[in-house]
Design a binder for this molecule. Structure first.
Ligand SMILES: CC(C)(COP(=O)(O)OP(=O)(O)OC[C@H]1O[C@@H](n2cnc3c(N)ncnc32)[C@H](O)[C@@H]1OP(=O)(O)O)[C@@H](O)C(=O)NCCC(=O)NCCS
Length: 300
């Protein structure tokens, strides 16, 4: 560890500083300070989440976190995230964070860790024993010129999330998430935990998130998270019986328009390289790729 830098447990009061470093490292991942505070402070005990920050001379310059993935039935799956402000790299801070986090994951029984890295972090991660070929594409669109909004099919009613029953949103989210490409299936999402971490997160803007209702059921939905004048798509999903009807295109078209009307100027999203339908929808909406991250795995 280099002199002058300190690694310590993160608290909710670090949210502003963490969000600021995140904005520099990941300008395409919109996440507000309020959402960051929620992420630091609200985690289910089963995750054994360890949030760390690195400081130098009182300035927050790095983040590291790790915890068990309790939303999959596969045992021992875990996730790790590390980022250091570009001006403070190559001084051992990332390595110090990685060492603490790997030690923690071993102690809490993790068997496999997943992480995502930008291309310039690939060597660092490979040196730590990470490997893999998954690719996650990040893309953004300016909201000034969207394609014409598709027609709403008969039997479908468009509503915003502030009028939606959270149980209906949970059902649509968990059913559609089963088909999102990943290394471990999202097949063990409990309602109470989902309510606390997703539905009650200040990240979710319920007045801009949109659902296509088929009666009492959500057929398709898209979640909008905002950070000042930028937005992030938390999740878009269509339940299997309603796929291929243009509903994901429709709800996202409506949500992006609502966001533009609310003063949001740019929208960002991430898609796995093998998620052909979602990539097609986002290309149609005008999203252009801004970064590709590598999804890597390591055994413990
Ligand atoms: C991705 C998903 C939301 C799409 O929902 P949908 O309502 O069926 O989507 P739409 O009908 O609006 O549009 C699908 C588009 O993808 C295209 N598409 C479908 N399968 C495709 C494939 N294999 N390759 C290329 N394009 C494909 C369709 O042709 C259509 O485009 P078009 O209207 O120009 O023809 C849905 O499949 C889903 O819920 N998947 C699981 C959850 C997920 O991965 N969400 C995204 C997380 S980033």
């Amino acid at each position: 560890m280099t002199t002058g830098a300190l690694v310590r447990l993160a608290t909710g009061d670090d949210a502003e500083g963490v969000a600021a470093v995140r904005r520099v490292v990941y300008p395409y991942k919109a996440m507000s300070a309020a959402a960051t505070r929620h992420m630091i402070t609200v985690q289910s005990p089963g995750e054994r989440f360890l949030p760390l920050v690195a400081e130098r001379d009182g300035e927050l310059i790095g983040w590291g976190s790790a915890g068990l993935n309790v939303w999959t039935s596969e045992p021992g799956q875990s996730e790790l995230s590390i980022y250091v402000h570009p001006e403070h790299r190559k001084r051992g801070i990332g390595s110090a964070l990685a060492e603490r986090l790997h030690q923690h994951l071993t102690e809490v029984g993790a068997l496999r860790v997943r992480t995502f890295v930008q291309p310039d972090g690939l060597e660092f991660a490979r040196n730590l024993g990470y490997d893999g070929t998954r690719q996650m594409h990040y893309a953004g669109v300016e909201l000034g010129s969207l394609p014409v909004q598709p027609e709403t099919p008969d039997g479908i009613e468009l509503v915003t999330f502030d009028t939606v029953d959270p149980r209906a949103a949970y059902t649509a989210d968990t059913i559609s998430s089963l088909d999102e490409p990943s290394d471990s299936p999202l097949d063990a999402v409990e309602y109470d935990q989902w309510l606390e971490e997703i539905w009650n997160s200040p990240a979710m803007d319920k007045s801009l998130s949109v659902a296509a209702m088929a009666g009492d059921e959500i057929a398709s939905f898209t979640v909008v998270e905002t950070d000042t004048d930028r937005m992030w798509s938390g999740m878009t999903g269509t339940v299997p019986a309603h796929r291929g009807r243009g509903l994901a295109k429709l709800v996202k078209s409506v949500a992006l328009r609502r966001a533009a009307a609310a003063g949001i100027t740019a929208a960002y999203t991430s898609n796995d390289d093998v998620n052909a339908p979602m990539l097609a929808i986002n290309n149609w909406l005008g999203y252009r790729r801004v970064q590709t991250e590598h999804g890597l795995l390591r055994s413990l």
